[in-house]
Design a binder for this molecule. Structure first.
Ligand code: SF4
Length: 972
């Protein structure tokens, strides 16, 4: 084990800027800390007037100021943050810990293992690669909804998960023994952000130090980055943290600060309180829409005012969770007494609660600010009383629809052109309906929920249920509001709800909406309502605490009766692990190209994310998920039309079964019990025999198995040398793809199922993997061979070079031959031809998926030119040595009339490259015409220039370590 690093685990506390002070720990003794009020007293800057989120970052910069990674100038600059200054300074942010989920965590561990192998090849000690901050990985992304609607669904899904992922889990167990600060929370415990909120987060951390020649602890705020976009959920507890790519997280683990441009901070003043019938989810969707419009991308958002102060932490967390959907780096709520209440209610010790309160009081950071106390870059306001019941969809989380308008909106979007985010179907089609016989056997316990594989749309069950018959083709219904088709059992049509999932940490961490779902289910059952058997319902909470309170309150049996049986404790439908639909239903959807719907309490609904066969996906609160499952369709106005018929034959309306705020509050008392949290969050291994059964390999360097189809040594450090190359111009590149707006990381690197006839599918078949064992792309991220083949392989991605097609195809130039993107990249690589990708607005929006950048790099793409980039994906591209360039305002691939037949050069690239410098994209057309197009280099910071020059952040860090082995500077 190497020496601890000064600045991370300090040995001698330095009295920087005269700020080293003590505070009362609440147990009769004193603790040391770097005092922000004293930084102001020292005359460094008007710290007490700054946004709370900025002050928390200043604390990190101050504490870690060592003149190497962090300079005094960094402290001064941030202490003098101005609401509206030009943003050119980068902040070196050293975080206190790191959280991972398994989809991103396994490849990250693969990279660490690959670094150890590279170090060993250089004849050095592999142990020099070691995380320097605590790392917690929660295995939550691998469980799929294969079994549902039965009492044993959860156990059977868990069994299947272990069967499918055994190799990955074995690898994780190797990681646990190989690295000292790497911990794993095994499958079946919960979802990373909910586990973080309920258990991992401590609020205040400490490190041992020496003060006045005596051992002492230095206390500091809990801060983190996570390899998952929704890491921001922890902002609801006053903790600074956000999602980064795995690549940045690796650098953070190895002692590099996370660098980001000094942000604007948008203050959102909340007043009033939510009205009866309105949920925290409605509020989160409203804020998402409002902040998307306000263009908060790359900014901190800080909520304040009496409305914020009155919200419980769980509501704040739901809002903070969706920061990636509104585009902000964080959706931050300052620290106050509610945070202490939450820590206490979730079983954190009294000692910690006192320490937490005293620390933030000593820092002048306790209490939610009010109007006028802080100057923000932009000030927005929301009266919580103005929020109404809402859903969002059918394709984007920011497209909020007020509940009464959903029917009208669905009908309108049905025939809107695809280019306008519609489905482009003829309006008359809406009236068509198809009958599927035998749907009674799809009821929970009826048998057809038996999975034959997790490859949804390609599954063909042997159950001969497929009798499709068009039963209705009425004349065009008009006006819209008069269009109210019945959806009897066995009838499937556009707008039919086929998946209803209570899923996602966004909402399952919030007992008020979970209890509301249970109460609604109870009232529905009591009225005799049933869920149409064609709806695949599921309940997948983010912690076992939810089951505890749903059982204690007696609500789970009602959810069970409606098919919302527990299917697992993990991400499930939220990440697209919704499992297969019953084969006849999937076949009907595919054969008749139905715009079927899912309803889910998740935070994302991009195309093909929830399920490949389901086009319309609506986000909503858990009680509304149950309500729409009961209604069986989304083209319904639940505020005016009945939800179904009761056992007395009378219409039942949503208002008849909607729980009151008081009913929810009455049950909340039983929801949060500290002793339950303490009991459920301890000794995970003992509570998980399947995990214990998995054998772990040992040793500091991993022994790669060339036959593994899950874990392979990636080629990032092949031919690794001690010196980086030089930055050079890109010449005679070919376009691999030309894409439109809002290409997501899921389009670039899908997480879901692998098609049999895709390059990745063929690779797996060639390596002896049966189709039913393909598992998902997300679970194969430890194998670069699968992932490179899967890059741009999303079935919905549209490459404009091959108009009218969907999926990962391109035209190989100059022959014009149409082939898979992977095959084309191989052919280009044989001829040493560099590649370029062109795209529209918001390129790389969506999850912080480092494979979207890694796969791009491994395909041979040297440069991506887009109208705009999503923050994390842009930095991941640089982190993998891919150059992001941005078109100037008004220029697009379309205005330039690019079709992929051109040759491209990037001019102006050289050793003197500066952040955000103007460069030239030279386009040579087939007819020989040459055009020089000015573009902005989106390498944004000086350190990114270094990363780019080194061919990526991993090589940069490895060279730092190898170059300085044995000295303490190695870890600076
Ligand atoms: S439940 Fe959804 S939002 Fe939460 S960690 Fe899983 S995939 Fe991310």
């Amino acid at each position: 084990m190497h020496e601890p690093d000064e600045g991370l685990f300090m040995t001698n506390a330095q009295n920087r800027f005269n700020t080293l002070q003590t505070f009362d720990l609440g147990n009769g003794s004193k603790g040391a800390f770097y005092s922000l009020p004293h930084l102001e007293k020292d005359g460094t800057g008007p710290v007490s007037k700054l946004p709370v989120s900025i002050r928390l970052v200043i604390e990190s910069v101050l504490r870690n100021c060592d003149g190497k990674r962090v300079s005094e100038q960094n402290v001064r600059a941030l202490a003098n943050w101005k609401p509206n200054a030009a943003r050119t300074e980068e902040i070196p942010f050293v975080v206190a810990r790191i959280v991972l989920q398994d989809f991103t965590g396994v490849p990250l561990l693969v990279d660490l293992a690959a670094m150890r192998s590279a170090v060993a090849r250089l004849g050095k000690n592999p142990k020099m690669i070691e995380p320097l901050v605590p790392v917690d990985l929660v295995v939550d992304h691998s469980v799929q909804v294969d079994f549902f609607g039965t009492g044993d669904a959860m156990q059977r899904n868990l069994d299947l998960e272990f069967r499918r992922n055994r190799e990955r889990y074995q690898f994780l167990k190797w990681g646990m023994q190989a690295f000292d600060t790497f911990k794993v929370i095994p499958p079946g415990i919960g979802i990373v952000h909910q586990v973080n909120l309920e258990y991992l987060a401590k609020g205040v951390l400490s490190s041992p130090s020496i003060l006045n020649s005596q051992p002492a602890n230095i206390y500091y705020p809990d801060t983190l980055v996570g390899t998952d976009s929704h890491t921001t959920m922890i902002n609801g507890l006053g903790i600074v943290g956000w999602g980064v790519g795995g690549i940045e997280a690796e650098a953070g683990m190895l002692g590099q600060p996370v660098y980001f441009l000094t942000p604007d901070v948008v203050g959102v003043y909340l007043s009033g309180s939510l009205r009866e019938g309105v949920t925290a989810t409605d509020l989160a969707l409203t804020i998402t829409q409002m902040l998307r419009k306000a263009k908060v991308v790359g900014k901190f958002v800080e909520f304040y005012g009496p409305g914020a102060a009155a919200l419980p932490v769980v509501d704040r967390a739901t809002i903070a969770n969706m920061a990636p959907e509104y585009g902000a780096t964080m959706g931050f709520f300052p620290i106050d007494a509610e945070c202490v209440n939450y820590l206490r209610a979730t079983g954190r010790s009294e000692e910690l609660c006192r320490l937490y309160q005293n620390y933030y009081r000593a820092q002048g950071l306790f209490g939610i600010p009010n109007k006028g106390e802080i100057q923000y870059s932009v000030e927005l306001e929301l009266d919580l009383a103005s929020v109404v019941p809402s859903v969002a969809g059918p394709k984007r989380p920011q497209d909020r629809i007020e509940l009464p308008n959903l029917k009208r909106e669905f009908v309108s979007v049905f025939s809107k052109p695809i280019a306008e985010n519609g489905f482009g179907k003829p309006f008359e089609e809406l009236a068509k309906a198809f009958y599927i016989s035998g749907t009674d056997r799809m009821r929970p316990g009826g048998g057809s929920q038996e999975p034959v594989s997790k490859q949804g749309s390609e599954t063909r069950n042997t159950n001969p249920l497929t009798e499709l018959e068009m039963v209705n083709n009425r004349p065009t219904p008009d006006p819209v509001i008069a269009y109210a088709p019945e959806t009897p059992e066995g009838v499937i049509r556009h707008g039919s709800v086929l998946i209803a999932a209570i899923t996602s940490c966004t909402n399952t961490s919030n007992p008020s909406v979970m209890l509301a779902a249970g109460l609604l289910a109870k009232k529905a059952v009591e009225r005799g309502l049933q869920v149409n058997p064609m709806v695949k319902a599921s309940l997948a909470p983010g912690s076992r605490v939810v089951s505890d309170y749903l059982n204690k309150t007696g609500l789970q049996p009602y959810l069970d009766q409606l098919g919302f049986n527990l299917v697992g404790y993990g991400c499930t439908t939220c990440i697209g692990n919704s499992g297969p639909l019953p084969a006849p239903i999937d076949e009907a959807v595919t054969r008749y190209d139905l715009v079927a719907a899912s309803v889910l309490s998740g935070n994302r609904n991009f195309e093909a994310r929830v399920h490949q066969s389901i086009k319309a996906n609506f986000l909503m609160s858990p009680p509304l998920v149950v309500a729409f499952a009961l209604a069986g369709r989304v083209d319904v106005d639940l505020t005016r039309e009945p939800i179904g018929k009761g056992k007395d034959g009378k219409d039942v309306f949503l208002k008849d079964i909607w729980p009151t705020l008081q009913e929810v509050r009455d049950l909340l008392q039983s929801a949060l019990r500290p002793e339950v949290f303490r009991q459920l969050y301890r000794d995970f291994a003992a509570q998980n025999p399947k995990w214990n059964e998995i054998p772990a390999t040992t040793g500091n360097a991993y022994e790669w198995d060339p036959n593994s189809t899950y874990i392979q040594e990636p080629p990032f450090f092949t031919n690794f040398g001690p010196q980086p190359g030089t930055i050079k111009e890109i010449s005679s590149a070919r376009a691999l793809g030309i894409f439109g707006d809002s290409v997501t990381t899921d389009h670039i690197s899908p997480a879901g199922s692998i098609k049999k006839n895709s390059p990745a599918g063929k690779y797996l078949l060639d390596h002896g993997v049966a189709f039913e064992d393909f598992n998902s792309y997300g679970s194969r991220r430890g194998n670069d061979r699968v992932m490179t083949r899967g890059t741009f392989a999303n079935v919905r991605i549209k490459n404009l070079m091959v108009p009218g097609t969907e999926g990962g195809v391109t035209k190989f130039q100059p022959t014009g031959e149409v082939m898979s993107i992977y095959d084309a990249s191989l052919k280009y690589s044989e001829h040493n031809i560099p590649l370029i990708v062109l795209a529209g607005q918001e390129y790389g929006t969506g999850s912080s998926r480092d494979w979207a950048a890694k796969g791009t790099a491994l395909l041979g793409v040297k440069c991506v030119v887009a109208q705009s980039f999503e923050r994390i994906h842009r930095s991941n591209l640089v982190g993998m040595g891919v150059l992001p360039l941005q078109f100037k305002e008004g220029t697009t691939a379309q205005t330039l009339q690019l079709d992929g037949t051109e040759l491209y050069d990037v001019l102006g690239l050289g050793p003197g490259l500066k952040p955000q410098q103007d460069l030239t994209l030279r386009i040579t057309r087939v007819n020989g015409r040459v055009e020089n197009v000015p573009v902005t280099c989106r390498i944004d910071t000086p350190i990114e220039i270094d990363y780019y020059q080194h061919g990526g952040i991993l090589s940069y860090v490895l060279r730092q370590l190898v170059g300085a082995q044995g000295s303490s500077a190695a870890r600076c």
